[in-house]
Design a protein around this ligand. Structure first.
Ligand code: CO8
Length: 262
């Protein structure tokens, strides 16, 4: 597939590499048009299926991760066309099907659908220039990509209400304090640091990484006791894998592990 709204490359020197996806509609601050979301879904699926890829990094430009859904396109819809075209649901949640970790690297504006897409990543790293917000209220609408549901889970109800009801933007430091982002990094160093984190993850046993992602994301879906029970079952299951034997043997023999290929 030839991409027009995203840039895709493979980076890294290790056995497993990082799939890097850059949103690329600079004239519209990476507004998330349907073609862009189709291309993003395609690229995510391709990296997920590629055994040579460990994890995926999703980023935008210096000015914007993404300034939201594409407003001119939204402007054309009425209720029936939104309903019939499955606006949002059709191509917005491919990212949630990815089994490999998706690391979001945010610089500049990360607003509306952009913030909703960022919240579907597994980890978020923010440049000190990042600005997050759900400004839909200023357009006379509500979020449609999970903003009212994921934001309270990431930052708590009060902060989420403040952002959703006022439409204000939140800077990177506040986003880190609130738990939305894992780390704030000077803009000039953001990509190096995120790619370094990706390379660290790429060096671990792939099935264990996938299991870790699945279980951690499940914490938001199931009650605590049930989540811990599922984790316990999976913990027992990993003792049946060569990864556990290799990892623990390597530790005890003071050597680097050589993870078996899946
Ligand atoms: N859609 C389309 N174009 C956009 C968008 C957008 N969301 N945001 C900015 N642009 C365009 C501008 O129209 C402008 O284009 P042009 O140069 O042709 O006039 C260009 O990008 C640069 O923008 P500005 O000149 O406005 O740049 P500033 O630096 O002055 O301001 C802001 C930057 C503050 C980010 C400002 O552009 C802005 O407020 N943008 C809109 C942000 C917004 O409201 N986002 C929410 C959109 S609604 C939404 O996301 C609902 C999500 C539902 C789920 C997804 C459904 C598909």
């Amino acid at each position: 597939m030839n991409y027009e709204c995203i840039l895709v490359e493979t980076v890294g020197a290790g056995a497993r590499k990082t799939g890097l996806i850059r949103l690329n509609r600079p004239k519209a601050l990476n507004a998330l048009s349907d073609p862009l979301m189709d291309e993003l879904g395609h690229a995510l699926k391709a990296f997920d299926a590629d055994e040579g890829i460990g994890c995926i990094v999703l980023t935008g430009s210096e000015k914007a991760f993404a300034a939201g859904a594409d407003i001119p396109t939204l402007m054309q819809h009425d209720f029936m066309s939104a309903f019939n075209s499955q606006l949002i649901s059709k191509n917005w949640e491919h990212i949630l099907q990815v089994r490999k970790p998706v690391l979001g690297a945010v610089q500049g504006f990360c607003l509306g659908g952009g913030c909703e897409l960022a919240m579907m990543c597994d980890v978020l790293y923010a440049a000190d220039t990042a600005k997050f917000g759900q400004p839909e209220i200023k357009l006379g609408v509500i979020p449609g990509g999970g903003g009212t549901q994921r934001l309270p889970r990431w930052v708590g109800k009060s902060k989420a209400m403040d952002l959703l009801l006022t439409g204000r933007m939140m800077g990177a430091e506040e986003a880190e304090r609130s738990g939305l982002v894992a780390r704030v990094i000077p803009a000039a160093e953001l990509m190096d640091e995120v790619l370094k984190a990706a390379e660290t993850i790429n060096g671990y046993a792939a099935p264990v990484v996938a299991l870790m992602k699945q279980l951690t994301n499940q914490a938001f879906e199931v009650p605590l006791t049930q989540g811990v029970q599922i984790e316990r079952g999976m913990f027992h299951a990993v003792f049946g894998t060569a990864n556990q034997k290799e990892g623990m043997d390597a530790f005890l023999n003071k050597r680097a592990p050589n993870w078996p290929q899946p």
